[in-house]
Ligand binder design. Structure first.
Ligand SMILES: [Zn+2]
Length: 320
């Protein structure tokens, strides 16, 4: 006999995967506790994130979220999961459209780095990197071949060095002529030199540039779409493979929040930016986190399912 009142909520995707609301909520609660200790007033909002979830059941049995409250904290596991779904959706739609409009365009994947910085320097480093990146994109030799780009800023923490590694992942769509002549093509050393110049560095930074190549099963388009989706890490900043003490975790949370404060981690440029505007895509970082993709595709049965977080039992239960 099942006790309807105590039914544990489950959300299984179309492909049979558990969508892990509970695990994410537990991480969110840990963050809220850390914010409270650190004296951030936002801790209450973070506790309230996704406490009540309202879904509409779809005809295939899956659940579609239609109402909830999200705290939008930069380190919230729930919000960042929603952001990365939204990012994947928008990035693929934009890149697909760009490929229709400029079928001869070629794709490059660029990684730009600077030296590690300590916590107190992170916010300034993030500002500098974005200024440097904008300068780089305006260099004549780069600009003349550029069709569109999308950039994602990522920050990782190194326990060994006790410092932060801010870097940029960029998907570039360039004119086919880029590969044809020496006047257009830039090799790895040239990209490195230009990045060094744009950042006004007194050392040689690590820069990686590669052409996006067709991948076996998915072909070129598949590989490009995969690459576009790759930089979702900005939304997954704390490496869970490394063990941290409670004190270390507090320090990282504090440094990351200060470092990421008012920083836009995702940006679209040129044709990609135009398409984003034409598609009327909502803001990725501060926008709505309930709807993350194309909401018109699925059909609903109309049945509503409400899941509520139970603070004592630390799980979501279905409201009967
Ligand atoms: Zn949240």
């Amino acid at each position: 006999m099942s006790d309807v009142k105590n039914q544990v909520f489950q959300d299984i995707s179309k492909t049979g995967k558990d969508r892990k609301w509970r695990e994410r909520k537990l991480k969110n609660i840990e963050l809220a506790g850390q914010l409270d200790i650190l004296g951030y007033r936002s801790f209450e909002r973070v506790y309230q994130c996704a406490e009540v979830l309202k879904f509409v059941e779809q005809s295939d049995g899956t659940k579609k979220l239609y109402q909830s409250y999200f705290c939008k904290n930069k380190l919230c596991a729930l919000c960042n999961w929603r952001r990365s779904m939204k990012y994947s959706y928008q990035a693929s739609k934009i890149v697909e459209e760009a490929m229709i409009r400029q079928p001869k365009g070629r794709f490059l994947f660029l990684t730009l780095t600077v030296k590690n910085v300590i916590g107190q320097e992170l916010n300034q480093a993030m500002t500098d990197i974005l200024i440097g990146f904008n300068r780089l994109m305006k260099y004549k030799k780069i600009d003349k071949n550029m069709i569109g780009f999308l950039r994602a800023t990522e920050v990782t923490y190194s326990k060994k060095l006790d410092s932060y590694h801010p870097h940029l992942h960029v998907l570039l769509m360039v004119k086919p002529g880029y590969f044809r002549s020496k006047d257009d093509y830039l090799n790895q050393e040239e990209w490195t030199e230009l990045w060094k110049k744009a950042m006004k560095l007194d050392y040689t930074p690590m820069v990686d540039i590669r052409a996006v190549k067709a991948d076996k099963g998915k072909g070129l388009k598949g590989a490009i779409l995969e690459t576009a989706k790759y930089p979702v890490k900005p939304f997954d900043v704390i490496d869970e493979k490394t063990d941290f003490t409670a004190q270390e975790k507090l320090q990282i949370v504090d440094d990351m929040l200060t470092g990421l404060h008012r920083k836009r981690q995702i940006g679209f440029g040129k044709l990609f930016k135009e398409i984003k505007k034409q598609f009327d895509f909502d803001d990725l970082e501060d926008g709505n986190l309930v709807q993350t993709g194309d909401e018109t595709e699925s059909r609903a049965t109309g049945r509503e399912i409400v899941a509520i977080w139970n603070w004592e039992r630390k799980n979501y239960y279905i409201k009967s």
